[in-house]
Design a binder for this molecule. Structure first.
Ligand code: SF4
Length: 347
């Protein structure tokens, strides 16, 4: 599209604000400008739908109401409160970032966009959201919603999978940026998730339908343009659910390429345990850009001697169904334990 003076399109941002004043979703984090809470909310809801994450967000904030409490908490407890949200590396990062705020900023949340960006795990989107909502920073919080809405409004064919897409759509966002950028960013979030959805947008209810070139030219299905698909890589994993009388063995993962610091079953067993394998189950699980195929062997150790020997020879932690609730497991293993626990209770 042709470069145009910012003021020519600013009315679009203002229209959106008028709509937001009447239609903003009533969400707990909308009642505050506390940067700590806004930051946690932005991280929690990055990959999680609002209704799925709301209880987790509330519980997390209740337990860790401020930077200091979070910084001083044990990492395993932080992971536990993240349970159900997935993407556990985000929990590890918020914990580290809280400690960074204590150490580098005397416990006071940084105000400037560039400083917020230095916090562990904080990207441009989150830094812009916190800066605009809490400190009146004039930076659009550009994410997938912005790409979609802006490409449709301007019927702009810039490829959103292009590495320059972020800068390109940031420039477009500046064209329509009104004075109240904090509300504008939240309005774009609401419009993108409630009205201008990826499929079947509700154009009839959209406050911008008379300004949206894609709508007016019946070309919505052509926008946004995305050419490259990121391929998911296949990955095979093997676990042994080694158990006896309601107890089973686990270990904590190290800082690894997936599932950092979560608990897992033993990935291998000794020869002596092989005769106790009762069954095997294959579970498929998708992570971002990874398709996992996980074989889980059910190893029911009937012999006390073999059980004790295996424990003595290895560093696994013995746990039971109840105390395993206090540990965070990857989702497929958590489901496996849940199913087994139900079967165990029935027996
Ligand atoms: S009119 Fe339709 S396509 Fe255009 S911004 Fe609104 S919801 Fe999206």
């Amino acid at each position: 599209m042709e470069k145009t003076e910012k003021s020519d399109f600013k009315y679009i941002g203002n229209k959106l604000l008028t709509w937001y004043e009447k239609n903003a979703r009533d969400l707990p984090f909308r009642q505050t400008k506390d940067p700590y809470k806004i930051w946690i909310c932005e991280i929690v809801f990055q990959q999680t739908r609002i209704n799925q994450g709301l209880n987790h967000y509330t519980n997390f904030i209740e337990r860790f109401p401020d930077v200091k409490t979070l910084a001083e908490a044990d990492e395993n407890e932080v992971l536990l409160y993240w349970k159900g949200l997935g993407y556990y590396s985000r929990a590890i990062n918020v914990h580290k970032a809280a400690q960074q705020i204590i150490k580098d900023y005397h416990g006071i949340f940084p105000r400037e966009y560039e400083e917020i960006l230095k916090l562990k795990g904080v990207g441009k989107y989150t830094a812009a959201a916190v800066s605009s909502i809490c400190f009146n920073g004039r930076i659009p919080a550009v994410d997938g919603n912005f790409y979609r809405v802006l490409s449709r409004i301007f019927a702009d064919g810039f490829d959103i999978s292009n590495s320059k897409a972020f800068n390109y759509f940031s420039e477009l966002a500046y064209l329509i940026l009104p004075d109240n950028v904090g509300d504008f960013n939240q309005a774009m979030m609401d419009l993108g998730s409630e009205i201008c959805k990826p499929k079947n947008p509700l154009c009839g209810e959209c406050p911008l339908n008379q300004d949206c070139i894609a709508f007016l030219t019946h070309t919505i299905s052509q926008f946004p343009v995305k050419t490259k698909k990121i391929k998911s890589e296949g990955l095979k994993l093997k676990y042994y659910f080694v158990h006896r009388n309601g107890e089973f063995l686990v270990q904590q993962r190290k800082d690894d390429f997936i599932w950092k610091k979560l608990f897992e079953f033993p990935p291998e067993i000794s020869e002596a345990l092989v005769p106790f394998i009762k069954s095997v189950k294959t579970v498929n699980h998708k992570l971002t850009h990874k398709n996992l195929s996980i074989e889980i062997y059910n190893v029911e150790v009937d012999s006390e001697e073999v059980w004790k020997h295996f424990i003595d020879e290895n560093d696994y932690i013995i746990t039971d169904y109840e105390s395993s609730n206090q540990k965070s497991f990857p989702k497929p293993l958590e489901n496996y334990i849940g199913n087994y626990q139900t079967a165990y209770r029935i027996l």
